[in-house]
Write a protein that binds this ligand. Structure first.
Ligand SMILES: Nc1nc2c(c(=O)[nH]1)N[C@H]1C(S)=C(S)[C@@H](COP(=O)(O)O)O[C@H]1N2
Ligand SMILES: [Mo]
Length: 320
């Protein structure tokens, strides 16, 4: 058997284990005074946001209960994956240096209505709602967050894709001037900017949300302000942050992680406890901030809403 070369971008098992220890509330609290101060600073920032008046948005009753308690904001806003700001989970302070106004989102590709939206104009063109969704990271930790945003479906309506559009490609900012991960060190050779993609059929499902806020406030930078995607039935890396471009394409987009590790991070990335990641099991997950480990569910528990999307695609490698 071939021994795989370990790349810098791969999460060594040892680090995953460290992070699991981190996820334990007792350990977390022990080390967390700084993190708590950071969370407080982050929420002060959110109040100064020009879109603050749009929050809290009305809850969508169809997504008022994720079947598990909401994870406290002090954990979810200070334990993040955002490689633009480094490979550690403690990127919130670095991410706060990203200016999020002015901020433009380009809509292009196979559409009748290409556009360049200033984020606050886009927010006026849509109706914000709150949805409580589960989130499952491929590293086997999970959280439950009351997100605020609008359905991806609504953006599709605004863009009016042509009949050639089969996929949507999402792209993050590329700002080596403010994002240390894009500037120097270990990650300079990564294929920036971060890119993700979904099919049009996935985009038109009810679940995909373009997220602008969390916990009844504008989104903290650490969570991907001012605009990120959330796909609750897929591994977290699909939920791309810091969006600047949404392109409708005829060809399947190649994602950032797929470029880096095609055998480990596939296009579909549907959560499936029965398909292990090549280097670890996906059978269970550590609940952020609780020290609790729970079984992972197929499609992260959203099978009723999404399983139909994959009928007839059995020949595809639909999971990791
Ligand atoms: N642009 C960008 N988006 C990203 C990432 C990233 O590194 N860069 N990490 C992804 C991964 S692996 C996860 S698990 C989620 C984490 O979201 P959170 O930090 O809000 O929990 O963001 C996803 N979106
Ligand atoms: Mo992740």
């Amino acid at each position: 058997m071939l021994i795989k070369r370990i790349h810098g971008w791969e999460i060594p098992e040892s680090r995953v284990t460290d992070e699991h220890v981190f996820l334990n509330r007792r350990h977390f609290m022990g080390a967390a005074a700084g993190a708590l101060a950071l969370a407080a600073a982050g929420s002060a920032r959110a109040e100064a946001d020009p879109s603050a008046g749009l929050y809290p948005a009305p809850p969508n009753p169809a997504y008022a209960d994720a079947g598990r308690p909401v994870t406290e904001a002090q954990y979810t806003t200070t334990f993040n994956n955002y490689y633009e700001f480094g490979s550690s989970k403690r990127i919130a302070a670095a991410a706060d240096k990203l200016p999020i106004r002015p901020w433009e989102i380009v809509i292009d590709g196979e559409v009748e209505k290409p556009a360049r939206w200033a984020i606050d104009d886009l927010l006026k063109a849509v109706t914000l709602e709150e949805r409580i969704y589960r989130h499952r990271c491929v590293e086997a930790w999970s959280m439950v967050v009351p997100w605020t945003g609008f359905p991806v479906k609504r953006l599709v309506e605004l863009a009016k894709p042509t009949s050639n559009a089969r996929y949507i490609r999402f792209e993050t900012f590329n700002r080596p001037d403010v994002a240390p991960g894009q500037k120097d060190g270990l990650f300079t050779s990564y294929p920036w900017p971060y890119v993700e993609g979904i099919t049009m059929a996935e985009a038109l499902n009810e679940l995909p949300l373009l997220v602008t806020g969390a916990y009844g406030k504008p989104l903290p930078n650490s969570m991907g302000a001012p605009l990120r995607l959330h796909l609750p039935w897929k591994y977290g890396f699909k939920s791309i942050k810091g969006l600047v471009r949404v392109s409708f394409t005829a060809d399947r987009p190649v994602s950032f992680w797929e470029t880096l590790g095609p055998t480990e991070y596939g296009f579909w990335a549907n959560v499936n406890p029965e398909v292990p990641h090549p280097r670890w099991s996906q059978e269970s997950e550590q609940v952020l901030g609780s020290g609790e480990r729970v079984p992972t569910l197929l499609y992260n528990g959203y099978g009723e809403q999404v399983a139909g999307l994959y009928a007839g695609l059995e020949a595809e490698k639909l999971f990791m």
